[in-house]
Design a protein around this ligand. Sequence first.
Ligand code: ADP
Ligand code: MG
Length: 674
Amino acid sequence: MQEISSLKGIGKIRSEQFLKKGIKTVSDLLNYYPRDYEDRSNARDIADCISGEDVLIKGIVLTPVKENRIRKNMVLYTMTVGDDTGIISMTWYNNRFVKNGFKMGEEFVFFGKINPKSRKKEMINPLYERVGKEKFMGKIVPVYPLWANMTQKVIQSAMAEAIKLKGDIEEYLPKEVILENGLCSIDEAIENIHFPKSFDDFFKARERLVFEELLFLQLALMYKREENEEIKREPFRDIKCVVEFLDKLPFEMTNAQKRCTKEILLDLKKDKPMNRLIQGDVGSGKTAVAAATMYVAVKNGYQTAIMAPTEILATQHYETFLKFFEKTDIKICLLTGSTKGKKALYEKIASGEIDIIIGTHAIIQDSVSYHNLGLVIADEQHRFGVSQRAKLTNKGEGVHTLIMTATPIPRTLAFILYGDLDISEIDELPPGRKQVLTYAVGEEMRERIDAFIDKNVKLGAQCYVVCPLIEETQSGDIKNATDLSIRLSKKFPQYRVGLIHGKMKASEKDDVMNAFANGEINILVSTTVIEVGVNVPNATMMVIENAERFGLSQLHQLRGRVGRGNEQSYCIMFCQGTSEIMKKRMTIMCKTNDGFVISEEDLKLRGPGDFFGTRQHGLPEMKIANLFKDMKIMKKAKASAEKIISADKALLNQENQGILRKIKEMFDDNIALN
Ligand code: ADP
Ligand code: MG
């Protein structure tokens, strides 16, 4: 389709600005949906304007624009406007363009907020258009997500041009799907998602677009599942050998761990590759389940690999596994970016001398080739893209895949969203775990919290202090790790305070982490690098600075670093600000330790758009669908997808070609469709 530079008003500079958001063609632009709408359809009488509201009024300019310099860099422009019912002042800050924009007696429409702080009726920084020349007044107007130097007006104008120019967009959904689900056409949907004539039009447009997005997601997953079904492999001969491993395990597995292990082992007995997801809250003991599975793989003569998202985590797995497999002849290696003597290691991996490979992304590099790889495990899956997983699986033929996630989502949602995977849940914590007592506090509690840290550390506990930033930035309010470690070192000269953050070299991080794990550091100040997986049972305290900066799931992940032993653990969240959403988050954190509940609440609290914007959930990023609130449409889309796939497994039929093309466009990077 045409480049957006073909649109009126879009020159080279604007094109480049759009390109920053990946918008290159008119079609890309049309697929950039509003995040909200302003109802500028009906003008309000000035007498009826209520303070604090966004309103549209139509009025006559009664005075010239007055210029008023109130301080350096601050010029106020004001004028008075009236209609049959009253008068109102219009005020702009530093907008010299308004100076010559009006003539007395002319009629304009204005849109803006009625200043709640002003005693007289006043609209602040209103948008305006001359009556008779309205473009974005007198209608419902889209509000787009902005970026860098982009403004609403530029996007709105470009979009209006694009709509004019687009012609009839060709329908790609099969007729039957449209009819059965009562959807509007894609052409209508695109027009009305940007410039709906009524909110009813908008709802219809949105429903169509949400439906197709969810339909494509479902279809892609089902298509992939079908593809997986085709692959055959040799079943594992012996899965009973798992008991040898369980006998050596220093603890008894929980029932949930046992059930999960059993589900996995039954997969391994089949003649097709496993594709299974393990959902388990932080601390539920996923590592032991992984190790049991890997033991069975090795005993069946296969090599097996586990990939962790960070060096720290890979190293920790390595140490755990060395202990688990201490009294066996199984050979284990660690392979990360900073591993020395890689070449020799590669040879040992390729020859099959090594049975279990533990590492980071380093283990999927092209230079690593495996010997009879039978099982791969991806830990803390949300950090890996689907394509990285695929890269690991492709290291062998018909490889069994296990994915472990510590950000569990409710089962109903998981079923739909991980349609290409079988799901197991570890919904039980090892015995003896106590709830992490969690408190949200303000700055006024600083002294008391310091005293609390002192008391606990004196008794031998270790403490994490987590903050959002590494070094000082402009925003002075936000605690940074470096400053904080200096403050704590001064405050507690008797304790050893460590610092760890993502900008440190891997080897430095390892040193600090090891020192903390060995109890040589009492208080560890860190950024979110410790978010995933790290296990130091003696650390029973966590202080989170600027907790308002973290999402719910992230807070839960962080908190999961404590409460890993049998001692009572504490999590103190310092937070600032008064936002409702922040208060809700804090309340939920203080109330529950259950990861399933927390992620559900997290999904509810996020607005549309940023819903899965964060990769915390490892779920696909949705453009318009709200996976939680659009459950009803989701069910319809799922039913529709099932029907399509059952009639045409490979999407070869003529009427499904549009769908196939769309799925490929959407998921080319994510889902391996051929
Ligand atoms: P996660 O699911 O977060 O990866 P881990 O596998 O790291 O959790 O396990 C957390 C801690 O619980 C580890 O110290 C582990 O040894 C311990 N653990 C796991 N399973 C059990 C169990 N069944 N009984 C007692 N402790 C267990
Ligand atoms: Mg783990």
